[in-house]
Structures are given as C-alpha cells and as structure tokens.
Design a protein around this ligand. Structure first.
Ligand SMILES: [Zn+2]
Length: 75
C-alpha cells in the first residue's frame, strides 16, 4: 500500500475537491481583501482554489467562500 501521509493535501473552498497543495492556488487575506498568493510567499492562513475554480474567483459566491475561509469579516 502506498503511503500518502506525507503529501500535504488542501481542499478547494469552492468545489471541496482535495488535491496536493502544489496543485491548488493559494489565497491569503491582506487588509481585509482576498489576495492571490501566486508564489506562496505570504504568511498566515491560506485558502485554496483548484484550477477549475480559479476563473470563478471573482464570482460573489466563490469570493464569499474565500473570505470565510480566510476569516475576513464582511461589513
Ligand atoms: Zn475547485
């Protein structure tokens, strides 16, 4: 049986698919905004989208999920 415990898996916040973290695109919260962390350099909590959901990131529904995952409080 293959060991897979060492693969860091993340979940796409939009479609809930699980994938290795390097297959997903990371977002972080910065000053209350959702920022695309293209190079994975920003510290702190990250939220992830898969490549299929990436084009939908500006849709209100998806943006809301990102904000929730990043603990951004909407006014
Ligand atoms: Zn997805």
């Amino acid at each position: 049986m293959p060991k897979k415990g060492h693969i860091p898996e993340r979940t796409c916040v939009a479609c809930r698919i699980k994938a290795p973290k390097w297959d997903l695109i990371r977002f972080v919260a910065k000053e209350g905004e959702v920022i695309l962390d293209e190079r994975g350099i920003f510290p702190g909590r990250g939220a992830y989208l898969c490549k299929n959901c990436l084009p939908k990131r500006t849709q209100p529904k998806i943006l809301k999920k990102l904000k929730k995952a990043l603990r951004i409080i909407e006014k």
